[in-house]
Design a protein around this ligand. Structure first.
Ligand code: 5GP
Ligand code: ZN
Length: 114
């Protein structure tokens, strides 16, 4: 998928509205449109890539984990526990081909995941 037609690139560029909860020069975080938990935030690098390993700037991944931990505290799910999920490829359920990290919390999760 090209950058021009990428949904998350459009959200990052603010061409499509989203509930943005955090942004800096490398990362944007916004509320998932179909939340699967009371807190469901997507953290995305501004750089377009399908998968983590295709990112030119892999340092952004550590930054995203730090931001996710800060957002977990802000959303009061840090103490109860939360999940950070990356769906990589179709079998894992990746629907948007711009790498993104799901931050999920506010309920109990089962293991193994479905
Ligand atoms: P994936 O299945 O690729 O791991 O996750 C894609 C996520 O993007 C899904 O949880 C879906 O609900 C969310 N999503 C899809 N379209 C939109 C949208 O237009 N706005 C927002 N905020 N989230 C979206
Ligand atoms: Zn993109």
């Amino acid at each position: 998928m090209s950058l021009i037609s990428c949904l998350f690139c459009k959200i990052i560029a603010k061409e499509i509205p989203a509930g943005i909860v955090y942004e800096d020069e490398k990362v944007v975080a916004f509320k998932d449109i179909a939340p699967q938990a009371p807190t469901h935030i997507l953290l995305v690098p501004r750089e377009h890539a399908r998968f983590v390993e295709e990112l030119a700037d892999k340092g952004v991944v550590g930054r995203i984990y730090k931001i996710a931990a800060d957002l977990a505290r802000e959303n009061k799910i840090a103490d109860s526990g939360y999940r950070i999920v990356v769906n990589h490829g179709r079998a894992a359920g990746q629907a948007v081909d711009h790498v993104h990290f799901h931050l999920l919390g506010g309920r109990d999760f089962s293991w193994p995941p479905g």
